[in-house]
Design a protein around this ligand. Sequence first.
Ligand code: N5H
Length: 259
Amino acid sequence: MNFSLQGKTYVVMGVANKRSIAWGIARSLHAAGARLIFTYGRERTEKSVKQLAETLETDNSIILQCDVTSDEQIHTCFSKIKEEVGTIHGIAHCVAFANKEELSGEYLNVTREGFLLAQNISAYSLSAIAKEVKNLELMAEGGSFITLSYLGGERVMTNYNVMGVAKASLEASVKYLASNLGKYGIRVNSISAGPIRTLSAKGVSDFNTILKEVEEKSPLRRCTTPEEVGDTAVFLFSDMARGITGENIHVDSGYHVIG
Ligand code: N5H
């Protein structure tokens, strides 16, 4: 048993730019010898995903659109993946969205529309993709799913609001999916990452203060990097983690143990 992902194929969903956690995961998977397939949501990110994929020296040229709010796009995307490679070994689901207006102030101001939008993109999409993978028998040799969460899904974090409720739903989905897919040799886990300066964090007014608090109070006294999340993803995807499913691993310098 080792960490090598040589000869295996992984789908990485949600690379937006070079700061993306998804890109950190892609680089770690690539270093472990994996072949990568990328998906993006909005047309305008296609170019940057292509440019980033080209910086990896192996052939990672399958780049497909997958707007996760559309069952049809999910079906088309994963059917194409089936046609192109036949079998995949894992999916990194790094997709989330909520209306900006609902990521500050009181959670109480949440709207039905905003609540459902956050749930649709950030939580339901994992189940929709898992269903498609199962129906297409894409993980015929067994495999694993990884999704990204945040501490705000477990406890109240200022301004996380509707996204916290979506992450709670995502983390519960991980457990139910793990329970259903285990019999096919498919594991489902999440990584709860510490705050990282990504496109998602853009516009968060007090982000520097949040990072500073992690630096000062976390057991490791430093912030989380996309590389740390990427390396944990390699572990979770590898046979070394064959006994782990339905789990939420905190890659956050230990911040979650602090009161
Ligand atoms: C407690 C915090 C800070 C406040 C909450 C931030 C939540 C961020 C997550 C969501 C996914 C961000 C989001 O949807 C932003 C959009 O409204 C506007 N941005 C966009 O449309 C950009 C262009 C696109 C590409 O973004 C997306 N998502 O598609 C949490 C932070 C300390 C940690 C953090 C930032 C967590 C997290 O979940 O990302």
